[in-house]
Each structure stands twice: as structure tokens, then as C-alpha cells.
Design a binder for this molecule. Structure first.
Ligand SMILES: *Cc1c(COP(=O)(O)O)cnc(C)c1O
Length: 384
């Protein structure tokens, strides 16, 4: 049965599920086996082994993710960084040049500036605000352009149409980390991107209990990235595949709640007298609200804000909230809060943090699926 023409929620539940229905099982069992018997000579040339990402659990997940993103092929990996590093190592070789957005996930930025630099891959970071100037940074050796759908923690939305236009014009690979968006909000391949990357640790799994990654794109390119994952050994194990597949089935429901609750909380914070500024793409006050409204279906579950009394007040708030957990990471059912200057962006120079709009008192919130009015009431009592 083809689910291609069906809605994303139907695809999340049904696409890619094992057509065999092993022993009639409604839920695909975990194939907890490292290797598979080879029955014939032909089969011996196509060995099945967990590290090759070709167990029934991998293949079902690959079909589901490809369907969700509207891509030809997908590949899961042992973490988001496992997918990002394998994809970059596949696309870039020594001597090549990369264009990258200036504000990236810390691990990705460090991989680019440290590991890729050691391999003699050079990078130019792009000024997000000035897409007209990007073309000047192109070199004959430029092979790829890399960005994120929404930046962490200020939720900036770069000119995604300019990214794909430049990639098409220059004949380079366009890559986007769409972790914060998920396929419910933005499907990069339908907008001309070559590769969509995800930390499935976040919304796709959604339950804060595994680490996983994925990359989706054209069959030929995914096949090459699969070879890199084979070499690096950054394969997802079948049990984590099972959990991720289970998590994805409720993605649509969860994202609806994340979108709705984050908007409700952002609106409540924006009018609160103790709050200085709220960053949420769903608010008309957000600098790229119009772009986000045009390109996205919903604005996601992440927001950040500063208080009028700065860092001291932020620390007090984090000590006073009852429902949110004070923890890094994001995208799970429970609301989490952190101070990015002390966690995800602690290694950046203070001047660089200031340039990216990350003040010491900036609070990041990953809004869970609890009742929004409970979170708002909790924030109000804590602010009081
Ligand atoms: C968490 C995250 C990553 C890294 O994912 P892991 O699963 O922790 O390896 C990459 N990009 C973004 C945007 C993230 O939030």
C-alpha cells in the first residue's frame, strides 16, 4: 500500500511498517540479532549485519523517515552528530570549502572548525542577516552550504530560500539540520534542499530516552553516507530503532501540542512586566515571523526569553519553577529550561555569545506536552 498521497499523521503511523507483519504482529518486533543467515550465493553479496544499517528494524525506519520527509531514501545513525559528521565527511574532501550559517548547534560548529579544519576542509561562516553577500564567499572549491531551520537558542530563521537558490546556482550540496522543525513543520526536500538532517534524540523520538540521528535525501547520496556510517560505526542499534519507530508514530500529535503550548507561553511571557524580550518565531515581534509563517506549518516548541533583571532574576526563576526540569537537550514530552550561556554555549567567547544574542540571563525553554495553562501559571508564580 502506498501512503504517499496521505497526510503526514497517517504516514507517521503506517509508512514503512514491515509489510510482512511478522507472525501478525501489529508492532514490528525488535530483531535483536547482529547477523543474518545467508542462504544463497546471491545473498552472500548482500550481507545483513547491524553495522550495515540493514536489519528489518533499520529498513522499516528508513522507509518511514523517507516517507515523512518526502525523500527517496533515509538513513538512521547512533546520534544526531553521527548523521551530521557522516554526511559532512561524505560531501567534503581535503581541499574543499564549506559555507555554513554563523549560528550552529555547538557540536556541529566544533566538528566543522576542529575536525574538518584538521582535514584541510575550510569554512566561511555566513552572516544570516545579509544573504546578498553570501555569493561573494563562493570559491571554486566550495562543495556544500549548511544551515539550520531554526537556530538555537534565539530561534532565528535564516533565508532558507536564498540557501537553496545559491546551492542550485553554484551546483553545490545544500544541507539543513531540521531538528527544531521536524517534518511536521518544514520538509526541506520539498523546498529544494538536498539533505535533511535530524537529531532524532529530540522531537522525532520525543521521549528523552534515546540518542539517535537521521539523514534523508536522494538514494545515491544516502548510499554514500551509509558507507561512511559503516566505516565510522555510528550505526543505531535495533532496540533504539524500535523506540524511535514507536516515538515517530505520535510525532504529529506531539508537535500540535508543542506548537500550541509554546505559542501560548510565548504570548503570556511577552506581556509579563518582568519579561524583557521573548524569542519565538510565532510572535509577530519576531524578526523573521513573516518568513516563518510563510514557510512553516507551526512554529515549534522552542522559545527563549530574557528578564528585565537579567541573570540574577533568571537564576531565581529556574530555582522557583515547579514543573519544568532544569536540564539540557530538548524535544521531549516534559518541559525543560536552561541558561544557554552556562550550558550549550558555555564554550563560546563572551563577545561571540553577545553577537549571537545570547546574554548571560537568556533562558531557553523546550516546551513539553503538559497543559499549557499549568506551565503559564507555574511561570507566573515563579516570576512573582
Ligand atoms: C541535539 C542536536 C544535535 C546533536 O544531536 P545528538 O543526537 O545529541 O548527537 C544536532 N543539531 C541540533 C539542532 C540539535 O539540537
Amino acid at each position: 500500500m502506498s501512503y504517499k498521497a496521505m497526510g503526514i499523521d497517517t504516514r507517521a503511523v503506517h509508512a514503512g511498517e514491515n509489510e510482512l507483519r511478522v507472525d501478525g504482529a501489529v508492532s514490528l518486533p525488535i530483531f535483536q540479532t547482529a547477523m543474518y543467515e545467508t542462504a544463497s550465493d546471491e545473498e552472500r553479496s548482500d550481507l545483513r549485519y547491524i553495522r550495515y544499517s540493514n536489519s528489518p528494524n533499520h529498513e522499516a525506519l528508513h522507509r518511514k523517515l523517507a516517507s515523512l520527509e518526502g525523500g527517496e531514501a533515509a538513513l538512521v545513525s547512533s546520534s544526531g552528530m553521527g548523521a551530521i559528521s557522516a554526511a559532512l565527511l561524505t560531501v567534503l574532501k581535503p581541499g574543499d570549502h564549506l559555507l555554513a550559517q554563523d549560528c550552529l548547534y555547538g557540536g556541529t560548529r566544533a566538528f566543522i572548525t576542529q575536525a574538518l579544519a584538521e582535514m584541510n576542509v575550510s569554512v566561511d561562516f555566513l552572516d544570516s542577516e545579509d544573504s546578498a553577500a553570501w555569493r561573494q564567499k563562493l570559491r571554486p572549491s566550495t562543495k556544500a552550504i549548511y544551515c539550520e531551520a531554526m537556530t538555537n537558542p534565539t530561534l532565528q530563521v535564516i533565508d532558507l530560500e536564498a540557501v537553496t537558490a545559491l546551492a542550485r546556482e553554484a551546483g553545490i550540496v545544500s544541507m539543513i539540520d531540521a531538528t527544531f522543525a521536524t517534518p511536521c513543520i518544514y520538509r526541506p526536500l520539498e523546498h529544494g534542499f538536498d539533505l535533511a538532517l535530524h537529531s532524532c534524540t529530540k522531537y522525532l523520538n520525543g521521549h528523552s530516552d534515546i540518542v539517535a540521528g537521521a539523514v534523508v535525501g536522494a538514494e545515491a547520496l544516502i548510499k554514500r553516507i551509509r558507507t561512511s556510517v559503516k566505516f565510522l560505526g555510528s550505526t543505531l542499534d535495533p532496540h533504539a530503532c524500535f523506540l524511535l519507530q514507536r516515538g515517530i508514530k505520535t510525532l504529529g500529535l506531539r508537535m500540535e501540542r508543542h506548537n500550541h503550548s509554546a505559542l501560548t507561553i510565548a504570548q503570556a511571557l511577552e506581556v509579563h512586566p518582568a519579561v524583557e524580550k521573548v524569542n519565538y518565531p510565532g510572535l509577530p515581534s519576531h524578526r523573521q515571523h513573516e518568513r516563518a509563517a510563510r514557510l512553516f506549518n507551526g512554529f515549534g516548541g522552542m522559545l527563549s526569553f530574557t528578564l528585565c533583571d537579567g541573570l540574577a532574576a533568571a537564576r531565581r526563576l529556574l530555582r522557583s519553577v515547579a514543573i519544568p526540569l532544569i536540564a539540557p537537550s530538548l524535544g521531549g514530552v516534559e518541559t525543560l529550561m536552561t541558561l544557554p550561556a552556562e550550558t550549550s554555549h558555555a564554550t563560546l567567547e563572551p563577545a561571540e555569545r553577545a553577537r549571537l544574542g545570547i546574554s548571560d540571563g537568556l533562558i531557553r525553554m523546550s516546551v513539553g506536552i503538559e497543559s499549557a495553562e499549568d506551565i503559564v501559571a507555574d511561570l507566573e508564580q515563579a516570576l512573582a
